[in-house]
Design a binder for this molecule. Structure first.
Ligand code: PGA
Length: 244
């Protein structure tokens, strides 16, 4: 299994920000590196990377292949721009755009049809964790958001507790291990190659906590928001994963 360090730039960055990826190029490493910039930067980023071992992805796609959906992007359009991955079901999409599990699954299916690897995000809110519902919430999101036909080759699962995103707070290592173990169990119960899916942890991953998180069983990489924007933060996270 090739570990994955994925950066999610969210709605940050302009053409000038592309310089941040230069520090990630030219390295010989075992883990895979992915940046998901705003859609406007996908093609220029692919051009700047020019065949080096950093992949580029989208942050969302529409479930339909084309049509009258102003402002949306089809998975095939992301692929045409050079994307290899797309994040679906990020909690900010689930909240801001009222995306439910069924729509996330439809997006993941569209990603697969376009030849993209879907990074399907799941995660509990703070109220759900406090209410002891975490594992039930995760099980429900996994069952509803990952389409039949998912394989370890076309799907990555990201566990992102909503309360840990952008807050500087992270679950303790036992909590991450518990959820990642449950995700692994659900995947192996449903998919023949469930053991091979990469499971990313996301939510306030930083240079200072990356190595510790990457040592947790069933953590096969990270989905990094804020700390992916600057190479000075993201490069040490990538190095920690490569060393894990
Ligand atoms: P964060 O975001 O690293 O800024 O907490 C993670 C994410 O939303 O993917």
């Amino acid at each position: 299994m090739r570990k994955l360090a994925a950066g999610n730039w969210k709605m940050n960055g302009t053409l000038a920000s592309l310089a941040e990826i230069d520090a990630l190029l030219g390295a010989d490493r075992d883990c895979e590196v992915l940046i998901c910039p705003p859609a406007t930067l996908i093609h220029p980023m692919v051009a700047r990377i020019a065949g080096e071992a950093v992949a580029v992805g989208g942050q969302d796609c529409h479930a339909e292949a084309k049509g009258a959906h102003t402002g949306d992007l089809a998975a095939a359009q992301l692929a045409d721009a050079g994307a290899e991955y797309v994040i679906v079901g990020h909690s900010e999409r689930r909240t801001d755009h009222a995306e439910d599990d069924a729509s996330v699954a439809a997006k993941a299916r569209a990603a697969h049809q376009a030849g993209l690897t879907a990074i399907v995000c799941v995660g509990e809110t703070e109220a759900q964790r406090d209410g002891g519902e975490t594992l039930d919430v995760i099980a429900r999101q996994l069952a509803g958001s990952i389409p039949d036909g998912a394989t370890a080759g076309n799907t990555v699962v990201a566990y992102e507790p909503v309360w840990a995103i952008g807050t500087g707070r992270t679950p303790d290592n036992d909590q991450i291990a518990e959820v990642h173990g449950a995700i692994r169990g659900a995947l192996t119960a449903r998919f023949a190659d469930g053991n091979d899916f990469r499971l990313l942890y996301g939510g306030s991953v930083k240079p200072g906590n990356a190595a510790e998180i990457f040592a947790i069983p069933n953590v096969n990489g990270a989905l990094v928001g804020g700390a992916s924007l600057k190479a000075a933060d993201f490069a040490p996270i990538v190095a920690a994963l490569d060393a894990a």
